[in-house]
Write a protein that binds this ligand. Structure first.
Ligand code: FNR
Length: 380
């Protein structure tokens, strides 16, 4: 790849190629409020740390003379063939890190043909982001409003705008206890950021006494009350089927019984995820529950994974432990902060190149052939 050849040829890139260091670089360009909002985790941060430690406990065991000079990183997931097993995790409020926000991310993702999962908490409307995505794959993430007409309207807009896969986030029916944001007094939504999807929705607007432009705090509170504290159970899922004719994925699954329940409910996929450690402090590392979940339901639905992926080696490990594809969160958000569309593209291209090279040097010719046999536990 270009970055690799330039780097080894003596030309440094505009941003670091060490995806474990983009966070520190982004901290220099962001205000403390937005930086902590992105980087922070729930409570003491132990879940976010555990996500990384879990990756370190697995080691890749490289194989030699396997003919891995030619590699294929493509994968078919949720009925779509992707050039690599990587999608951009849903991340709301992107205008807090860069003025170009979701539009920049959409262009960078589309250029690489990777799916961008557009958040319901987007600071840019569904239709605008769709236009920026061009022919790129697009998935939509739902924070599920308790008003069925508002929910139906948002889903109809996403379908009309060409979104194929619906990712329903289950783990955030209330925001986690995030001391950084509490201490900074920072909630982006109350600053008018990250509410473009509902605020541009005609049905949501019809529920308000005044337009969001005229009474922002009221509109924000109305929206937050619509997506939080909702008393819902597994019997609610058929509603989604009625309003979405493409694949449906449940995000935030961490217990094998919930994965089995999802399979019985007939959804097309799950994301094994603890929301990057932002919801339950002390929660199990997402990677630690992946093997059991993949073994239990991997033949019935597509198992995706996120929380803690930072390098190509991490992708190899997650795939070897049963994920079909991973979602990447914070690293490209830091790229967006550092350089808008170019920054997102830089991070994604670096990860893809690192993945391709690590796969090959470990002796594997395709991502689909990875099994637990590619790994060992550290210290063995
Ligand atoms: C998120 N995440 C998230 N998830 C979701 O379903 N809807 C959303 O709007 C958001 N918003 C959001 C904002 C920010 C700033 C972050 C960092 C994360 C969670 C995200 O999709 C994903 O689960 C984690 O980010 C994955 O962990 P890593 O890769 O960040 O460690």
């Amino acid at each position: 790849s270009e970055i690799y050849l330039q780097g080894y040829g003596g030309t440094s890139p505009a941003f670091t190629t060490d995806l474990t260091r983009v966070e520190a670089a982004a901290e220099k360009v962001l205000e403390p409020g937005p930086f902590s909002y992105v980087a922070g985790g729930a409570g003491s941060g132990s879940t976010a740390r555990a996500n990384r430690e879990a990756f370190d406990r697995w080691r890749i065991v490289p194989r030699m003379l396997t003919g891995a000079t030619e590699r294929d990183t493509s994968v078919t997931v949720l009925g779509e063939t992707l050039p690599a097993p990587v999608a951009l995790a849903p991340v709301g409020v992107q205008s807090i890190v860069h003025a170009d926000a979701e539009a920049a991310t959409a262009r960078a993702a589309a250029g690489l043909r990777l799916p961008m999962v557009l958040s319901t908490a987007s600071s840019t409307s569904i239709e605008e982001v769709a236009a920026e995505s061009g022919a790129g794959p697009r998935w939509f993430q739902l924070y599920w409003p308790n008003d069925p007409d508002v929910c139906g309207s948002i889903l109809a807009r996403a379908r009309a705008a060409g979104y194929s896969v619906l990712v329903v986030t289950l783990d955030t029916w209330s925001l986690g206890w995030r001391p950084c944001d509490l201490d900074n007094g920072y909630l982006p939504f109350l600053r008018g950021e990250g509410t473009a999807v509902p605020f541009s929705d005609p049905v949501f607007r019809s529920r308000l006494d005044a337009a969001p432009e005229d009474d922002l705090p009221m509109a924000v509170l109305r929206w937050i009350s619509m997506i939080t504290g909702t008393d819902r159970d597994w019997d609610a899922l058929p509603f989604l089927r009625e309003h979405w004719d493409g694949p449906i994925v449940l995000k935030g699954i961490q217990h094998v019984d919930d994965a089995r329940r999802a399979a019985r409910a007939g959804v097309d996929g799950i994301v094994v995820s603890n929301h990057g450690g932002r919801q339950v402090d002390g929660a199990v590392a997402a990677l630690d529950v992946l093997p059991e979940i993949a073994a239990a339901v991997g033949d019935r639905l597509d198992v995706l994974f996120d929380s803690g992926v930072r390098t190509g080696a991490d992708v190899v490990k997650a795939l070897a432990l049963g994920a079909k594809a991973v979602l990447l969160g914070r690293p490209w958000v830091y790229g967006l902060a550092l350089g808008g569309e170019d920054g997102v593209r830089h991070v994604l291209r670096g990860l893809l190149a690192d993945l391709d090279l690590t796969l090959g040097l470990a002796g594997h010719r395709s991502v689909t052939g990875l099994t637990p046999a590619a790994l060992t536990r550290a210290g063995r």
